[in-house]
Structure formats: structure tokens, C-alpha cells
Design a protein around this ligand. Structure first.
Ligand code: URA
Length: 433
């Protein structure tokens, strides 16, 4: 078999066999297929797509490219979640302790931020002392004792995705439905949880810009999860504006703690309750109404916040920090962004807002860049809100005084201010079960 023929077949719109896909994944992982041929194949898939059978075979080969985690000791209680990525998306920090407080077992591997989207591992690392790497036995012991452990994708889990994702990131082939499906689902299947809830983001800050595209992606991922014997559902949620108020690592952990303490409601609370309820339905086998009741009770009783602190301590972090920390701590520069006009915010280019946070130091433009954990943005007015000229609509935090001007410019360019309020849209577009 020659990889040239596989590329040619896909370029001409053919459907690859399982053997051809396995040959490609094996060869790419062992280095016998070079990046330039893998990139050509990704681009051919981007334009030609894949059948359901091809996507399932690709997912399976990628999942098997490394170790598969065995969580069978936890029976049916294991439950994972995955977001396709967004701006201000700190949902894992909130739903993981809620679900663990309700008896679920959350054994989760998360990623770092890249480009305009944040990553859970970077957010966790903004907590003083927090460790995000662990040996397998220690990780499983923590899940057993605390109900939740979240670490960085480590060891030899889905090496095919690690290589392919890095390649796609620099070859404009990320936003392909079969490639996202196989990337996400190979990791979820190798990570071993019995139940999986996907948060598929749609809007200006997401890879899928419309709910229709997000629906196609969600249906593909749910079908593959089911074919692999998992309980799985996908929520399609709004990413046409940042989720919650905080964008940036420490800022987002502080906001997550506020939600768990019952001090913050609004869009972030609503999406987290929906995700945690779906996870609880799947792992506990209860109705949606009962799951929602349990989730609200876990927050109101303080059990979920207590679980967050227990989780932080178990991973070596300073649990008292989430009670003490204030927005802006650690940032030597804090500047407001002022509304340029009277009116209503009618649109936010959320990807550009993520990019403004990266300019401030909250994310990486390149993999090897260092992060300023205290940097980021508090978004004070969002789409639909009325604004007055000169009013503070956001606050920027950084330790790099030269970053505020370009970041503020980027932020303001990301907003459209009009005279009429925009049509109201919901937060949760659909649930695919
Ligand atoms: N998240 C992933 O894990 N993979 C993708 O391809 C896109 C988003």
C-alpha cells in the first residue's frame, strides 16, 4: 500500500477502506509517513469529507494508536464531558465537582489553550500549587477517593491525535467535521468513561459558526459514541458571545468558584446546570427533572463548592485561594474599555475577543509561549445589553503595559453597536441524545 494512492483516492472523492485508514494512522505515528503527506490527506478530507464508516474507522484507529484507560473498577459511575472549545468556557471547573458531589466519577484528561480558545489545564495551573500531571495509579486513586481528577493529556493516550491536531492547527484543517469528530471521540473513547456529554459550541467564538453545522458535528459524534457502546449526548450551546464574564485563566477559576458558591447566575450557571444535569442523568440513570433538582441542590447546599476545594487540595493546590482570590489579583495593569457610542451591542466577534485576551498574555500564539495566569478580560456588557458612550464595557488585566492598547483596539473592533436591540437567542440550541 502507498500513502500517495490513499491521498489521490480521497482527493478524487473516493471512500477509504478501514485498511487504508489504519495504514495511514500507523505510518503517521511511526514516522514512516511524513507531515507533508499527512497534511495533504487532511486537506483532501477537508474538501471531500468522509462517510460515516470512514469517520468511525478513523476514530477507532486513532483511539487504538496508544493506551486505552481501563475505568471498569468504577462500574457505570464514570462520566466525562468535552467541549469543542470557546471563549470564557470554564464549565469543566464547575460541572466536574457538581457531578462528583452527586456520586459520579470524573476521570478527566483536558487540554491546554491554543489560539483564541482557553484550555482547562491552563486554568487549573493558575491555582497556586495545583498539579496537572500524575501517574496512572495516583490518578485512579484520586478518582476513587475524591470522585474527580483532571490532568493534562498525558502518557501515551491517542498519540495519533496529538500529532494530527498539531498538524491541522498549522495547515488550516481544524474545522472539518470528520476530523473534529475523530479527534474528540478518539480521546473520549481511549479515556474510558462509560458516559460522555459533549458541549458542541456554535457561534462566532466556536469552530462551528452556525447551530446547523454544530448539529451535524454533534450527530456524528453521538453516533460514534453509541457505536462504541457509550452512553452519550451532546448539547449544542451558544458561543456567539463569551460564556460568563471572565476570559483568562485565574479570572475564570474565580468566576467558577462564584458559580459554585451560588453567587453568580446567568448564562454560565444555566449552561453548567444543563451539562451537569445531562451528566447526572447518564451516570445515575435518573430523569432529567430529578437530575436538575439534584444539581441545583448540590450548589445550594454548598456540597459542590466543598467538592471543588477537596479536588484542588487532592491535586496539591491551595484550596483557600479560591475563597480569597479577587478579580485582577496579580495583574499590575488594569484598564477599562469604554463604549464608543450609545445604543445596544448587537454582535460580538467572540473569536476576536479571545484573541484580545491572548494579546494580554492569557493564551498562547504559539505552543511554546508562556502564559500570564492573571491576564485576561472581564466582559461587563454583552450582546443585547444597552450601553452608553464612555461607559465601562470591559476591563483588561495584564502585566504587560504595552499590551493594553492593541488589546483594547481588538476588543472594540470585535463589537458592533447599533441603535436597536438584537433579536434574543437562547443559550442551548439543541440536545442530541
Ligand atoms: N477539539 C478537539 O479535541 N479536537 C478538534 O479537532 C477540535 C476541537
Amino acid at each position: 500500500m502507498r500513502v500517495y494512492d490513499i491521498i489521490l483516492k480521497k482527493r478524487n472523492g473516493g471512500a477509504l477502506t478501514r485498511e487504508e485508514i489504519a495504514f495511514f494512522i500507523d505510518g503517521y505515528c511511526d514516522g514512516s509517513i511524513p507531515d507533508y503527506q499527512a497534511a495533504a490527506l487532511c486537506m483532501a478530507v477537508f474538501f471531500r469529507g468522509m462517510t460515516d464508516e470512514e469517520t468511525a474507522a478513523l476514530t477507532d484507529c486513532m483511539a487504538r494508536s496508544g493506551d486505552m484507560l481501563d475505568l471498569s473498577r468504577f462500574g457505570s459511575l464514570t462520566v466525562d464531558k468535552h467541549s469543542t472549545g470557546g471563549v470564557g468556557d470554564k464549565t469543566t471547573l464547575i460541572v466536574a465537582p457538581i457531578v462528583a458531589a452527586l456520586g459520579g466519577k470524573v476521570a478527566k484528561m483536558s487540554g491546554r489553550g491554543l489560539g483564541h480558545t482557553g484550555g482547562t489545564v491552563d486554568k487549573l495551573e493558575s491555582i497556586p500549587g495545583m498539579r496537572v500531571t500524575m501517574e496512572r495509579e495516583e490518578f485512579l486513586r484520586q478518582v476513587e477517593e475524591t470522585g474527580v481528577a483532571v490532568i493534562s493529556q498525558s502518557g501515551n493516550l491517542t498519540p495519533a491525535d496529538k500529532k494530527l491536531y498539531a498538524l491541522r492547527d498549522v495547515t488550516a484543517t481544524v474545522d472539518s467535521i470528520p476530523l473534529i469528530t475523530s479527534s474528540v471521540m478518539s480521546k473520549k473513547i481511549a479515556a474510558g468513561s462509560r458516559s460522555i456529554v459533549l458541549d458542541v459550541k456554535a457561534g462566532s467564538g466556536a469552530f462551528m459558526k452556525t447551530p446547523e453545522d454544530a448539529r451535524v458535528l454533534a450527530r456524528n459524534m453521538v453516533a460514534i459514541g453509541k457505536a462504541c457502546g457509550r452512553n452519550i449526548s451532546a448539547l449544542i450551546t451558544d458561543m456567539s458571545r463569551p460564556l460568563g464574564t471572565a476570559v483568562g485563566n485565574a479570572l475564570e477559576v474565580i468566576e467558577a468558584a462564584k458559580v459554585l458558591r451560588g453567587a453568580v447566575k446567568g448564562d454560565l450557571y444555566e449552561v453548567c446546570v444543563a451539562l451537569a444535569s445531562e451528566m447526572t442523568m447518564l451516570f445515575a440513570g435518573v430523569s432529567h427533572a430529578e437530575a436538575e433538582r439534584q444539581v441545583a441542590q448540590a450548589i445550594e447546599s454548598g456540597a459542590a463548592f466543598a467538592k471543588m476545594k477537596e479536588w484542588i487540595s487532592a491535586q496539591g493546590g491551595d484550596a483557600g485561594w479560591v475563597e480569597r482570590a479577587q478579580y485582577g489579583d496579580g495583574a499590575s495593569v488594569s484598564v477599562p474599555v469604554l463604549s464608543p457610542a450609545d445604543g445596544f451591542i448587537t454582535r460580538m466577534d467572540t473569536e476576536a475577543i479571545g484573541a484580545a485576551a491572548v494579546i494580554l498574555g492569557a493564551g498562547r500564539a504559539r505552543k511554546e509561549d508562556a502564559i500570564d495566569y492573571s491576564a485576561g478580560i472581564l466582559v461587563k456588557k454583552k450582546t443585547g445589553d444597552a450601553v452608553q458612550k464612555g461607559e465601562e464595557i470591559a476591563r483588561l488585566y495584564t502585566n504587560d503595559a504595552t499590551a493594553t492598547e492593541p488589546a483594547a483596539k481588538r476588543y472594540l473592533n470585535a463589537l458592533t453597536v447599533g441603535t436597536e436591540p438584537p433579536e434574543k437567542t437562547g443559550l442551548i440550541f439543541d440536545i442530541i441524545r
